[in-house]
Ligand binder design. Structure first.
Ligand code: SF4
Length: 412
């Protein structure tokens, strides 16, 4: 994909599993062929940024040689499958979903054919352990649930209601059938994603073609999600979590090659040479040697990475902005880094380079949307909402945020 700072090359890792030698290789390639920056996206993918026209072919050849992409680009357009970030490793999981995810990815790459799906279409598969993916905007989600020792998957369509339940070995076929239903029904509507299609044609019209769904009581689902908070979205993934998992964040999800290299070295030296990519701008290092966590955390912080969950940048979202994105006219991340500390801990900030809102689709306490080098200001809303003020300079936007902070202080 061509962006403001050159080509952007996106890499997907099944179940977000990134071996330390793969991470080190990607870091080297980002330095040699790109501008040294690697994004961790909201789909838990990595993006090498800033690759020039002359270097793109060389980078592709290196990625193929390292088995990081397929030579024939098979599956490159397939929808993302996002799995529970500790898939196959968590003792809390009801089932190991790694083979299920791989089976689905293989079938999406080989069988999806000409079914045209929107670029952001995605499938989520959860194993029932902590770090729920509920905050990922999934078109189709499969969530493991259990009753009387039997595990099945609740199928959520368009992020809303449960459409039915399936066995583990029915997941791939169910996903493909639902995608077919989406493309068939969508021709009659303008629905950009599954949630809009559900609103327009109703759930029964979509599930009608999928006989595997249904037949189980909804109670099964409810029972599962009452279990000690495991159903909560897993956003606070920094620091030592889940006994021996260390979560490390990058400001706004942007890692420098040196930082990725450092994580690879630490995972190799103090853990099991494996990392997990999450959709929450953080990488997990599982099986970390707990006795060394302080030392590892200090090294990460010195390198500019985030370990402290209360770091204000965790409450701010900002897209690549200018100059990285050709659609942007403002420096989003600089602005977000400067404004985030001004807001109260419970307030959130979103600085978007344009109305497309790539970094966040959620509502924020303050949203600034870049336009012609200035900012439109939305209070308690999304980038698509009507701004309270238009065309503010960077200084005026900062003053507006300072006023909010002062009003909040006066209210205490
Ligand atoms: S929101 Fe706009 S400016 Fe920001 S990355 Fe997306 S397209 Fe570019």
């Amino acid at each position: 994909m061509l962006t403001g700072d050159g080509y952007l090359v996106r890499l997907h890792f099944s179940c977000g599993i990134l071996a330390s030698d793969q991470a080190r290789h990607i870091a080297r390639l980002a330095q040699r062929y790109g501008n040294g920056l690697i994004d961790l996206t909201r789909r838990a993918n990595l993006q090498i940024r800033g690759v020039s026209e002359e270097r793109i072919t060389g980078l592709q050849a290196q990625l193929v040689a390292a088995n990081l992409i397929a030579e024939d680009a098979q599956g490159a357009d397939a929808p993302n499958v996002i799995a529970s970030p500790l898939a196959g490793r968590s003792r809390e999981a009801l089932i190991d979903i790694t083979p299920i995810v791989r089976d689905l990815e293989t079938r999406l790459a080989t069988e999806l054919g000409a079914r045209e799906l929107p670029a952001k279409f995605c499938v989520v598969i959860e194993d029932g352990a902590r770090f729920s993916l509920k905050d990922v905007a999934a078109d189709i989600a499969f969530e493991a649930c259990e009753r009387n020792g039997k595990v099945r998957f609740a199928v959520l369509i368009g992020g809303g209601e449960v459409g039915g339940f399936v066995e583990a070995d029915e997941i791939a076929a169910t996903a493909l059938t639902l995608m077919s239903a989406f493309t068939a029904l969508r021709t009659k509507t303008v629905a950009p994603r599954m949630c809009e299609l559900v609103r327009e044609v109703g759930l029964p019209a979509i599930t009608a073609s999928c006989p595997a769904l249904g037949g189980l009581s909804r109670k099964l689902w409810n029972a599962r999600h009452d279990v000690d908070g495991r159903g909560k979205p897993g956003q606070d993934v920094l620091g030592l979590i889940a006994d021996n998992v260390l979560g490390v964040g990058a400001p706004f999800g942007s890692f420098h090659a040196d930082q990725l290299q450092l994580l690879a070295d630490l995972a190799e030296r103090f853990a099991e040479s494996e990392m997990r990519l999450t959709p929450w701008r953080a990488i997990l290092i599982p099986a970390v040697a707990v006795a060394h966590v302080k030392h590892i955390a200090a090294k990460c912080e010195r390198a500019g990475l985030i370990i402290d969950p209360s770091d204000r940048r965790r409450h701010a979202a900002a897209c690549a902005g200018a100059p990285a994105c050709a659609s942007a006219s403002v420096n989003t991340r600089g602005m977000a880094a400067a404004l985030a500390p001004l807001l109260k801990p419970q307030e959130t900030l979103h600085v978007s380079g344009c109305a497309k809102s790539c970094a966040s689709s959620a509502s924020a306490s303050v949203t600034l949307v870049g336009r012609d080098g200035r900012f439109d200001f939305v209070r308690n809303g999304k980038a698509s909402d009507t701004p309270a003020s238009f065309g503010l300079s960077a200084e005026a936007a900062r003053a507006a945020v300072e006023r909010i902070a002062a009003e909040d202080l006066a209210r205490v």
